[in-house]
Design a protein around this ligand. Structure first.
Ligand code: GZL
Length: 341
């Protein structure tokens, strides 16, 4: 019976011209119309990353005129370099790279340039001498994210009449050497020096909940005076809250009464946003993951022979349920806080 059905389906395909899975179209014209995009995604370490991947998958669909080939680097640069070489061999039209860290991309980007394939960098940045090794970059201003978050902490503690010398903060960093970690870590380091906070330690939580919990368990054993935890993403913050509550302590902004104030970045994870509404996380620096439409717009502009901006920074807010701080000032610019209800 199955054979008969299969034969019927094949005959139907032959008559209507539909393509079985994996079959190449007989019409070379149709094949040529799809723009092929090779996307090297760095991993799936966080909710932010998953949202970023989903945004790219939704932007580069066949009905939008694209064939997307996505490779997951699993947090390893060597895997991303291999993926880019595969894209070059397959002669894709564009390469999109979400680099795990900033260093070490010159050689493979030279190979892409020699192959005449434009490279668009998304999210984190690459550190290369020759800026012609990539066509465009789109992502966040991580240094500004760090400045805004620490200005929020300064404004909030000042509004509470808390002496800066009473602030004992630990920094649970992101993936070391990534642009987001570099910018956010600089934020807490510079603000601690500027305002006289004690920055007790900076250790990587690798943007994951498990590692964030492990690092906080360690910090709680070593430092008994911690009253602020600066997490460089939401998943780490969720791990920190698990560790603090397991140790019989409370998270919250009432640090005078022994609560531990938790700060975070991203604002993608629903639980983290709910925790922010409950002041279990006191401040979240928004980091927007939805770069798919932005990268697609860049490619469509290039397809038309236009020259898009080399760097495109996305606008981002600060989320908090605490209304003592309505806006933060950075370099004379005022950034309103989005108050969560
Ligand atoms: C920031 C991005 C970071 C997120 C993390 O743009 O690179 O990587 O903040 C993610 O959640 O893992």
């Amino acid at each position: 019976m199955k054979r008969f059905l299969l034969m019927l389906i094949c005959m139907a395909c032959l008559l209507t011209g539909c393509r079985g899975i994996g079959e190449k179209t007989s019409d070379p014209e149709e094949e040529k119309q799809l723009i092929t995009v090779g996307f090297s995604q760095l991993g799936a370490e966080s909710d932010w990353r998953k949202a970023n991947t989903e945004s790219m998958l939704q932007a580069f669909t066949e009905e939008n005129g694209y064939e997307l080939i996505m490779e997951d680097g699993q947090q390893k640069q060597v895997n991303q370099i291999t993926a880019i070489r595969t894209f070059i061999q397959r002669e894709v039209d564009y390469i999109v790279l979400a680099p795990v860290t900033e260093e070490g991309w010159e050689t493979v980007l030279e190979e892409a340039k020699d192959a005449g394939i434009p490279v668009i960098i998304v999210d984190r940045q690459v550190k290369v001498k020759d800026k012609d090794l990539f066509t465009c970059w789109v992502g966040s201003d991580f240094a500004l994210e760090g400045r805004k978050a620490t200005e929020w902490l300064h404004a909030f503690t000042r509004a509470q009449g808390i002496d800066p010398a009473e602030i004992n903060v630990v920094d649970i960093q992101g993936t070391l050497g990534s642009s987001a970690q570099i910018g956010r870590s600089a934020g807490i380091l510079d603000a601690s020096k500027k305002y006289g906070w004690k920055l007790l330690a900076q250790v990587s939580g690798e943007y994951t909940q498990a590692r964030g919990r492990e690092v906080m368990n360690y910090f709680l054993k070593v430092y008994d005076q911690i009253n602020v935890v600066y997490c460089e993403n939401d998943n780490e913050a969720l791990g920190v809250i698990e560790a603090v509550e397991a140790a019989g302590r409370k998270v919250g902004s009432d640090i005078r009464n022994g609560e531990i104030l938790v700060m975070s970045f991203d604002g993608v994870n629903e639980t983290a946003l709910q925790f922010a509404r409950e002041d279990k996380i006191s401040c979240i620096g928004e980091c927007n993951p939805l770069h798919g439409p932005r990268v697609r717009k860049i490619i469509e502009s290039l397809e038309k022979g236009e020259t898009p901006e080399k760097y495109e920074y996305v606008d981002e807010s600060i989320f908090s349920s605490l209304d003592q701080v309505q806006a933060v000032e950075v370099d004379g610019e005022s950034y309103p806080v989005t108050l969560l209800k």
